[in-house]
Write a new protein. Structure first.
Length: 239
């Protein structure tokens, strides 16, 4: 059934929007405005700020990476200089003042008789030197002989200049600054020289000689290890 209102418009009742529909429209409008404001804030403010921060972070990262590379290069350079310094220090510690050594040997040769030096050689010694503990040491290996011009030499007589030569070196204070400990007597033997031709007629040529080989230990520049302390043992008293 269809109802028709025949009243004039001014006398007709006003039709109003239902409350639920009105609330729905208002909520939709508010959400739309909030969405527009949020999108504008996100697109015009937040995103540019994030892009700027990202670019700044990347620039800082590149700067820090450059600094890290510079630090690594400096560390390698410092390490290289430290290795060179350590090498120079070792060379300085292990240097041999040959002038002082040769002067001491020349002075010691004048004490007890004629002593001829044939060879001087630096060799590796035992750990810490003879009778000591510590790092491997170096020794000065001295070879030579005491000449004899007699036809029948006596080894005991020829050994006197040799021992006098060694003791003179040991007593020398400048020698003590370079070498430490007692010398190591390696070889002592009599050797007869064979003469041929014109050399056999010369009276000033030695007919025999007492060959010797003695080693002196260089002082170590590294400190010797400290001996371990023995643990104290307590004896309980009997009650």
């Amino acid at each position: 059934m269809i109802e028709i209102n025949l009243l004039p418009p001014e006398h007709r009742p006003v039709e109003r929007t239902p409350m639920p529909r009105l609330l729905t429209i208002l909520v939709g409008v508010l959400l739309t405005m909030f969405g527009v404001v949020f999108w504008s804030w996100l697109f015009f403010i937040r995103i540019p700020d994030a892009v700027t921060q990202r670019n700044e972070s990347k620039e800082k990262e590149r700067a820090l990476k450059r600094q890290a590379d510079e630090v690594i290069a400096l560390e390698q350079e410092i390490k290289l200089f430290q290795q060179r310094e350590e090498t120079l220090r070792k060379l300085y510690k292990t240097r041999v003042r040959w002038t002082r050594v040769l002067d001491r040997i020349a002075e010691a040769r004048k004490t007890g008789g004629e002593v001829v030096i044939t060879a001087l050689e630096i060799k590796k010694g035992t750990s810490g030197g003879r009778g000591r503990r510590g790092p491997p040491s170096r020794v000065l290996d001295v070879k030579g002989f005491v000449p004899s011009y007699a036809s029948d030499p006596v080894a005991a007589q020829l050994s006197r200049p040799y021992y006098a030569f060694v003791k003179a070196l040991q007593a020398d204070k400048k020698w003590q600054e370079i070498f430490d400990g007692d010398p190591e007597y390696k070889v002592i033997k009599m050797n007869y020289f064979s003469k041929s031709g014109s050399d056999s007629k010369k009276k000033d040529m030695p007919k025999a000689g007492l060959e010797f080989n003695v080693a002196f230990t260089f002082k170590s520049n590294d400190p010797a290890p400290k001996p371990r302390a023995r643990p104290k043992t307590s004896v309980a008293k009997k009650q």
